[in-house]
Ligand binder design. Sequence first.
Ligand SMILES: [Fe+2]
Length: 193
Amino acid sequence: MIYPLPSICERAILEQFLKAEAMALWAVRSAQVQDVPPVMLQFLRRHEEEEAQHLKQFELLLGTSSHGKTALPRMPSQWRILAVHLYGFETLGLEFARLLVGLRPGLASILEDEEVHVGFFEQEVRNNLTQGGAAARDTRQAAKAWRRRLPRTVDRYLRDETLAPFREGLRQHILSVIDERFLAVGLLTGEAA
Ligand SMILES: [Fe+2]
């Protein structure tokens, strides 16, 4: 059983949440220079503000900054594909937020923010699937590609030594939660993994 994690894991979980947030923030910034439908821009700006606030809060907690960035992957230029990536990062961030709140119940408001972010992109993904045709096909293909890279991403996020005893359990848990969510939304079909 992986919950609750012991407090020795707190720093690693905080750092990885910070990384997921930095990734989402960067992706959102990137999104704003892409071909984003006007109705999305307002949400994306608010989202960016919230992510920036989370970052500041964590940087204070950790006494560190998130600038040790590794090379960031290219973001897709098509909005409906980018929306899948943002949805994916947010679902990943949400799982780390859950672990974090398990360790620090005082951070519950962050979990609420993340649930809103995930819900927003989930709706956008659903809309694109409902359109059918090329929109649905591109959306599902993007999800498959993102999901294929997910195990390596999760391994990187769980690399810290303090997480070693929980690594396999956490890995399985995170992957299955995300799969369930993608399946429920209609992004993945049964044979996708
Ligand atoms: Fe977020």
